[in-house]
Design a binder for this molecule. Sequence first.
Ligand code: PLP
Length: 380
Amino acid sequence: MRKIYYFDNNATTPVAPEVVAAMTPYLSELWANPSSGYQFANRVAKDVESARAKVAALINADPREVVFTSCGTESINTVLHSAATISPQKRHIVTTSVEHSATLRCVEYLATQGYEVTLLPVNSEGALDLMELERSIRPDTAMVSIMWANNETGVIFPIPAVAEICRKKQVLFHSDAVQAAGKEQLDVRAVGLDCLSLSAHKLYAPKGIGMVYLNRGSRFRPLIRGGQQEGGRRGGTENVPGIIAFGAAAELAMNRLREENERVRALRDRLETALLKDIPGTARNGAAELRLANTSNLAFDSVEAEAVLIKLDQLGICASSGSACRTGSLEPSHVLKAMGFSASRARSSVRLSLGFYNTAEDVDYLAAELPGIIRKLRAL
Ligand code: PLP
C-alpha cells in the first residue's frame, strides 16, 4: 500500500501497536463475560478494573467514577439526558454554539421536549465570554455543557474558570473533553467538574469505546438500562477488548503527553509557519496560543476546501474541512460561522490535525505540495 500522510488525527487516530498488543488476548483466549461467576471470568473482570484504574488516572478520578460507554456521543447524550430528567423542574440548558454535533443534536432534541437551550456565542478567535456564561445561568438551569477543546479549530476553553462559575451558581457542569484527552492535562478533581466525556478512538485505541466520568457527589440517572454492569449506570455486556485498549491508551497518553505535546507543537508550528509564508491569502482560524498543540485550521482565499482535499487525497494526504461528520456536506462549518466568518471563508478552510505518528518528513511533504495545489486551483 502506498504511504499515507495522515493529517486528520482529530477525526480518529491509528491504533497504537502497544494498544493492539494489550487488547489482542481479549479477542482470542480471554473472551469470557466479566459478569460470569467462574474463575475464567473473574480474571477478565479483574483486568477490566485495572483498565478502569488507568483511564481514571488519566483524568485524576476515582476508578469508581468511570463508566464505560460505546463512544463520546453516547457519553454526551447520557449526561445531558440525565441532567434533563433528574430535576424535572429545571428546563434550561446552557452550551456553546461551537460544540460537536453530539451535543448540538442532543440539545436540539431536548428543545423539542420543552427544554430551553442557550447557545453561547464565541468571538472571532473562538473564545467564550465568561461574563455572558455567568449571566446565562438561571435558577432553572439543569446543566452547563462546554467542550474542553474544539475539534475543528483546536481552541481551548477556560474549563477551570467555567467550573468555578458553575460551582458558585450550583449548577451541574459537564465538559466534552473528547479532543483534549491525551493532548492536555485533565484533572477532574482539581477543576471540580460533575461529568466529563472521553472517546478512546481519539487516543490511539479503537472505535466503539468511550467513557463518562461521573463525580460521586453528583446525581445521575442512566440512559441505557439493562443489567447491573458499570454499577447499574450503563447496562450492556462490557466491550472487554475495547476497555482493555482504552486502559492501555490512557497509560500511553500519560507517559507520553508532555514530550509528545512539545514534539507535535513544533511540527504543527513548522507546518503552519511554512503555509502562511508560502501561500498568499492564507489565514489561521482560531486563537494562536490557547489552542491544542496538534491542530491548525487554515483558510485559503478563493478556493473551495473540498477541491483542496481531493487534490491532497490524490497525493496520499488525508485532511479534512472540519468535523468528519460534516465532510461531504455543502453546509459551511457551524464553528467557523459562529466565529463570525463568512460562508465563503468557512468553505475555504482546511483542518490539519497531527498526532503521534507524524514526522518532519510528513510535514515537509505537505508544506511542499500545498502551495502548488492552491496556486493551480486559484488559476482555474
Ligand atoms: N466531541 C468531540 C469534540 C469530538 O471531536 C467527537 C468526535 O469527533 C465527539 C464528541 C464524538 O465522539 P465519538 O466519535 O466517540 O462519538
